[in-house]
Write a protein that binds this ligand. Sequence first.
Ligand code: PEP
Ligand code: MG
Length: 565
Amino acid sequence: MASTTQLVGTPVVPGIAHGPVLLARGEIAQSALDSFDPAAFPDADSALGRYDEVAAAVADGFAAKADRASGAAAEVLTASAGLARDKGLRGAVQKELAAGDDLLTAVRKAVDSFVAIFTSMGGLMAERATDLRDIERRMVARIVGEPEPGVPVPEQPCILVAGDLAPADTAGLDPEVVLALVTERGGPTSHTAIIARQLGIPCVVGTAGVLDVAPEARVLVDGTAGTVEVDPDHEDAERRVAADREARAATAAWAGPGRTSDGKPVRILANVADGESARSAAQAPVEGVGLFRTELSFLNRKDEPSVEEQAEIYGEVLDAFAEPGPGGQDRYVVVRTLDAGSDKPLAFANLTDEENPALGVRGLRLSFDNPGLLDRQLDGIARASEAAGTETWVMAPMVATVAEAADFAAHVRARGLKAGVMVEVPSAALLAHQMLAAVDFLSIGTNDLTQYTMAADRMATDLAHLTDAWQPAVLQLIAITAEAGRQAQKSVGVCGEAAADPLLACALVGMGITSLSMAAAAVRPVGAMLASVTSEQCEDAAEAALAAPDPQAAREAVRTVLSGS
Ligand code: PEP
Ligand code: MG
């Protein structure tokens, strides 16, 4: 029997997966670079031959990834493939080799000279320097016989292990091939967690030691317990995967609409990023979209898209929900205006370097100095809404004052759309009554609300116990907001990751939350859980959660109330 090491992290997406590790590396190990032997290539021709092989492999890797990606991500990957095959770059390597340099030095010097040229050209060309450096690292890795840094192209079903993952890193990841995500850094509300939910694959973050796992190892990831077992007993691992698959099949049978067992309606909605994720979410038993993160369509954009182009991109999402859902009900889409800044900077919107970007000019605040940015986006949304005929609500991120909410609502209503704001800043929750007097609906972004309530960076591994929406202070703010909605008889939803937690979702409903928006993959687990409990149990769960002294006690209290024991 194999000896097993167990690593422990923070569980973020439940489910069990077993497979070989695929390591997404940041840097190439110095020991690998030191082991390179220039004598392996006796002359310039043989070194150039190896360069050709390596350049082709790197280019093919980008091209394969581009095939699986869409939109801007595909464009960037295709451009990188072209750059890796570039004849000019090859010529520069050839020149250095002819001058007597070894292959590694020749590649470095050639890339340095191209970077210098691109940088001196400025603008768009200068930004390609980063892509060149990425290509260089990938080529150097192949030359010294190491796996490529960054997210490699999986060739077989695998468990993707990384330091952390950025949204652009994961463009085109295929959930059929990437069975689970494990990261060394990041908390439960990091973008790795959000991406894993979108892909519907088990995920554990903040897993100390996972980058030291041997590349050829097999691991068993338990996204409920937050454990990663290295080289587990094969049969036992496969049995656990099969049992998990069976449990998932039971949940998969849930077909909506969102209701407690005694018939209290709760709108179950999807979080989407673009047309592709919207079309896929439209197949799920949801009543629409509760959060369309528009900024994710523009992460790789250097320039602001025109109103026409924006209308086209938003139209893809609205079109996906133009027809009634599987239950025959009309559907609607909540579009969030650009939430650029902090962990999602946009080249055309975030113009200054900030000491503390999470507390800086992000979200709606970008429009203070640049009102045209918001107006053009609202024009694009209004145009798309008119063309699609889908009911469209629009909300702003990072709203801190009632005046901001009222001003935003005026801009949205001027275009005939329903206006709301996100509750992500504690001030907005505390003023929920006044906020609701100014807008038509509220949507609680529990990821940021938790970050700002607990003064704990949502990306900080060491603070995962604080960046937990089950924290009593966060639950109190949610309860205040939900109660304000009940009194005003206006919709108050939750669209942060808390909505995707089946236990917490029931407690939220008990507080008076009227809609829950989540990654499409979480829809059935949450819907099935709600369908198995009464509205009275949800109210008892809310009371128990609010009375608990800490997150763990709150989880246990809610589990007890909901299981009826
Ligand atoms: C949130 O903060 O909860 C939210 C939904 O917004 P994002 O995760 O995109 O910051
Ligand atoms: Mg947010």
